[in-house]
Design a protein around this ligand. Structure first.
Ligand code: NAD
Ligand code: DAO
Ligand code: ZN
Ligand code: ZN
Length: 375
């Protein structure tokens, strides 16, 4: 406490290179900051995207990772909502409760630490990590690929200490994102028809959220047939592979026929802008709502005929499922502990910090849904 901690971390020295396991120094937390011993982290495509060099906000050298859970090691001056020893989930979507966004009641996109988070620093514009005499950038306000990290007090939430952290870490991104997109952003109603494009962790969580909302029909759409059994397990009622439709039949026509005029709610969980268009256009005339969750590559644009909107379809997006981390994640953790909210079921692979690069390979291989690592 109050001292520099020496520990292991996976350092991203430059874009396009594997992570390298290094001994690093982690400074103590300053005012308004918290130092966390990271116990588990998930791997997410955003980490791979930034490491690849495609992320315009990516700064190197850095410590990546944003889906983490751990224990508070120490707190800086003025931090009053968590204390040493608390179990926490880290939040890349912060919640300060004081900014215009937090107070609006209309969004979860707190802006308190947004600018510096994008620049890879702490809110006071300095960094807490160093390795071999060089400072390392922070990532998404979390930097979970390290045994210890320092974050803003707005970028973490205390949770029930009974929650196993190897599972709870997944609430830091994918699971919450999909579940919240269905239950909060779209607010799927009982009996409605839903189509989910892209059945990775996020798409599965949209299915889980739609089941929770008692949707009538839940159609899973994926180009990989291997995803059918996953969709079934999470409660989808149908599976469609858009590459295996009868000659000349589009996925939009097919889905509209299946549902007597179109879907009430659709979700893009692929990040592919052509899929986003299809997801909008298979919505029911007059009221269908399509929610974009997937993150497209830099520079990509979406297109449709405006008449699609004029005739009552709505296009919207969702970040972190519209969930306010500090206010709402503890409740999801309670539901998990009570057995009414799936988390364990998403995990396909586990690895350790020293083998984190292998974890990235699993994630890219296609079959893997999510990967975690004990440190
Ligand atoms: P994933 O790679 O595990 O899953 C994507 C799925 O889409 C795969 O099963 C793949 O086979 C399928 N797919 C690819 N092309 C397709 C097509 N043309 N038609 C139908 N299916 C297709 O990814 P994930 O971890 O589930 O993440 C999904 C997306 O959500 C990513 O773009 C990710 O960046 C984004 N994301 C967004 C947020 C947010 O807050 N908005 C948060 C986390 C992740
Ligand atoms: O600009 O206020 C903001 C927040 C932008 C965050 C959007 C998050 C959605 C994408 C995250 C990718 C997966 C971690
Ligand atoms: Zn993520
Ligand atoms: Zn705020």
């Amino acid at each position: 406490k109050g001292q520099v901690i020496k520990c292991k971390a996976a350092v991203a020295w430059e874009a396009g290179k594997d992570l390298s396991i290094e001994d690093i120094e982690v400074q103590p937390p300053r005012a308004g900051e918290v130092r966390v011993q990271v116990k588990y982290t998930g791997l997410c495509h955003t980490d791979a995207y930034t490491l690849s060099g495609s992320d315009p906000e990516g700064a190197f050298p850095a410590i990546l990772g944003h889906e983490g859970a751990g224990i508070v090691e120490s707190v800086g001056e003025g931090v009053d909502h968590v204390k040493e020893g608390d179990a926490v989930i880290l939040l890349y979507t912060a919640e300060c409760r004081e900014c215009k966004f937090c107070k609006s009641g209309k969004t979860n996109l707190c802006q308190a630490v947004r600018a510096t988070q994008g620049q890879g620093t702490m809110p006071d514009k300095t960094k807490r990590f160093s390795c071999k005499g060089k400072e390392l950038y922070h990532f998404m306000g979390c930097s979970t690929f390290s045994q210890y990290t320092v974050v803003s007090q707005y970028s973490l939430v205390g949770i029930n200490p009974k929650a196993p952290l190897d599972k709870a870490c997944l609430l830091g991104c994918g699971v919450t994102t999909g579940f919240g997109a269905a239950t909060k952003t779209a607010n799927v109603e009982k009996g409605s028809n839903v189509a989910v494009f892209g059945i990775g962790c996020v798409g599965l969580a949209v299915i889980a959220g739609s089941v929770d909302a008692k949707a009538g029909r839940i159609i899973a759409v994926d180009t990989n047939d291997g995803k059918k059994s996953w969709a079934d397990k999470f409660g989808a009622t149908d599976f469609v592979n858009p590459t295996k439709l009868p000659e000349g039949k589009s996925i939009v026509d097919h889905l509209v026929e299946m549902t007597d005029g179109g879907l009430d709610y659709t979700f893009d969980c692929t990040g592919n802008v052509h899929v986003m268009r299809n997801a909008l256009e298979c919505c029911h005339k007059g009221w269908g709502v399509s929610t974009v969750i997937g993150v497209a590559a830099a520079g990509q644009e979406i297109a449709t005929r405006p008449f699609q909107l004029v005739t009552g379809r709505k296009w919207q997006g969702s970040a972190f499922g519209g969930v306010k981390g500090r206010s709402e994640l503890p409740g999801l953790v309670e539901r998990y502990l009570q057995g009414t909210f799936k988390v364990d079921e998403y995990i396909t692979h586990s690895t350790t910090l020293d083998k984190l690069n292998e974890g990235f390979k699993y994630m890219k291989s296609g079959d893997c849904v999510r990967c975690e690592y004990p440190e």
